[in-house]
Design a protein around this ligand. Structure first.
Ligand SMILES: O=C(O)[C@H](O)[C@H](O)COP(=O)(O)O
Ligand SMILES: [Mg+2]
Length: 303
């Protein structure tokens, strides 16, 4: 495998920017770390816009809908449109409506936050509301955990309100109805926040996988196909002139590789330089850089 190129000077930054017309931008670990914007990144994204680059925001974070992500981008002063945003919650709703045509009389049981519920509602897909089971089981009372034939799919995403009740209900729906779909918005094992990492969506759905001894039927987010289909259905990407920019090898960079597009790893999130320089590293980006903010050097040149 070709050794990744580290971008470290103005000439390299300029060549890279001139080489691509479309950037698929990951969010957590590239633009922000939970609610804090990564220093120096905003001006670079604004500069890409000024240079007429097409920007698509491609996030595995299912907690927000496209509208929720747009609000967050704008809260940092970044202009964008919902059309440019692809979240794993949107991809899940898109997949259920446009790829498998989920039965209208059936419901989706959500383990996740409002982003999933909002996107399912916008696609007209019945669901059990994200906060329906945020309360714990009281006094070992399992009486209200019963099979529900209306549940046609269990959809798991990132859920900071995860609890035993949700896992138990999802388990029962999947165990009692073999036709009930088991779907994940994404399976990132960790989540980057406040300069460190915490358990990710993939860790939160693992109790179900273990208890059921069953793998999910489909995972929506990067590096998986539903997210790529969702983007390609909306945008005719010129893969030759497109680059995926991300902080995680097994999601962002693998997604680029699967899509036949170039990849740039930034070291402000999950994956490290040590991982890509290791002998026999399984996933390698084409390029890497300490931070997206490094490109600010070429902005100064122009001013
Ligand atoms: O656990 C998760 O859901 C992920 O860590 C997180 O959401 C990744 O988001 P992204 O980096 O794709 O924006
Ligand atoms: Mg990320």
């Amino acid at each position: 495998m070709t050794k990744p190129i580290k971008l470290t000077n103005r000439a390299a930054y300029q060549r890279f920017v001139d080489r691509y017309d479309t950037f698929l931008l990951d969010c957590d670990g590239v633009i922000w770390s939970s609610n804090t914007v990564i220093p120096g990144v905003l001006q670079v994204i604004t500069y890409f816009r000024k240079k007429g680059k097409q920007l698509l925001f491609v996030t595995n974070n299912s907690t927000k809908s496209r509208a929720g992500n747009l609000k967050k981008l704008r809260s940092f002063g970044l202009e964008a449109s919902e059309e440019e945003i692809f979240s794993s919650s949107y991809t899940a709703a898109y997949y259920l409506r446009h790829i498998i045509d989920f039965p209208k009389e059936k419901k989706v049981y959500i383990i996740g936050e409002s982003g999933i519920e909002d996107e399912l509602n916008m696609m007209g897909i019945k669901n059990t509301k994200a906060d329906a089971d945020n309360g714990p089981i009281q006094n070992w009372d399992f009486a209200d955990i019963t099979p529900d034939p209306e549940i046609g799919a269990v959809l798991c995403g990132f859920d900071t309100f995860i609890n035993y009740r949700k896992i138990a209900k999802a388990f029962l729906y999947l165990r009692t109805d073999p036709d009930c779909l088991f779907l994940l918005t994404n399976d990132d094992t960790t989540f980057p926040a406040i300069g460190t990492v915490f358990p990710g969506a993939g860790s939160l759905s693992s109790p179900l996988i273990i208890a059921l001894n069953r793998k999910p039927d489909r995972v929506m987010g990067k590096p998986n196909k539903p997210m790529l289909d969702c983007i390609v259905d909306k945008y005719r990407l010129n893969v030759e002139r497109t680059c995926m920019i991300g902080d995680r090898l097994d999601t962002d960079i693998q997604f680029g590789i699967n899509g036949g597009i170039a990849t740039l790893l930034v070291l402000t999130g999950i994956s490290t330089e040590k991982e890509i320089l290791a002998e026999g590293a399984p996933i390698l980006p084409d390029y890497y850089v300490d931070s997206l903010s490094n490109f600010a050097e070429i902005i100064e040149l122009e001013n």
